[in-house]
Design a protein around this ligand. Structure first.
Ligand SMILES: O=C(O)[C@H](O)[C@@H](O)[C@H](O)[C@H](O)COP(=O)(O)O
Length: 256
């Protein structure tokens, strides 16, 4: 597992632009190496700003979007097309603007979808979809080149919240009930599943994230602060604006 590294940008706008540029390069590099690329998306305001910035980058056309697999790290368990679904937000900000292969776009099930209104069934279906994309004879998950996460003020990532029973779920995808952030019912990759990604990028902006970011990087426990339990296989990268980086331990502030 990788040590965390930190990159700090002046403000939220520059952060979004820089993450967008990194993402385009990451997808290009993965396609050069493997012939395809896979990305795991997240929800939230800074993620939406990153997606809009990718859509606005001329270099996005260098990516062969028909060979990009798109997965989600978590989803709000709401009807298809609901504006609060992470899927709806990602489609509006980026996915509708690039020539993806619809068969390679893998949203988590909606509450009115074929999995029905049961989030446990939705989680099981998503786990099966992931397993179907895994390389034969390997783990239950496909290769993820890059997995992006927002970070909550309470240190949650995806829909893994502090002290929530989801921490004790051994399957890769879990239903979440009683989320402290609305809506209360969600589906999420668990931390062990998140940590199979080659690179994990934690993206956070704003002073209200400083405490959670600082404590995560200072070695807090993952049950209390889920972001502290995130480690990419090859790289764990915290991408922050200055306000979110205010409490980052000095020894980690090498990249700016
Ligand atoms: O489903 C969700 O609610 C999001 O996936 C959530 O985990 C988000 O990423 C963080 O709360 C950060 O969101 P902001 O960037 O809006 O602060």
């Amino acid at each position: 597992m990788s040590e965390a590294s930190v990159a700090v940008h002046a403000d939220a706008e520059l952060l979004a632009q820089a993450v967008a540029a990194r993402l385009v390069v990451k997808l290009l590099d993965a396609q050069a190496a493997r012939g395809q690329a896979s990305v795991v998306l997240t929800g939230g305001r800074i993620a939406a700003a990153v997606y809009r910035a990718v859509a606005a980058l001329p270099a996005r056309d260098a990516v062969d979007w028909s060979r990009v697999d798109v997965w989600w790290g978590d989803e709000r368990f709401l009807p298809g097309g609901d504006p609060d679904r992470n899927e709806t937000q990602a489609r509006a900000a980026l996915l509708d603007a690039v020539p993806l292969d619809p068969a390679r776009v893998h949203p988590m099930p909606a509450s009115d979808g074929p999995a029905g209104p049961d989030p446990e069934e939705a989680a099981a279906r998503y786990a099966a979809e992931l397993a179907a994309a895994a390389r034969p004879g390997t783990a239950a998950l496909p290769h993820f080149d890059v997995l992006m996460l927002g970070v909550g003020e309470d240190g949650h990532v995806a829909s893994v919240f502090p002290e929530h029973p989801v921490h004790y779920e051994s399957r890769p995808v879990s239903a979440v009930r009683g989320s402290p952030k609305p809506p209360p019912v969600r589906t999420t990759l668990t931390l062990p599943a998140i940590n199979t990604a080659e690179e994990v990028w934690l993206v956070a902006s704003g002073a209200d994230k400083a405490r959670a970011v600082g404590m995560s990087l200072a070695g807090a426990g993952p049950v209390q602060l889920p972001a502290a339990g995130v480690r990419g296989v090859g790289r764990t990268l915290w991408l922050l604006d200055r306000a979110a980086a205010a409490d980052v331990p000095a020894r980690l502030r090498s990249l700016r």
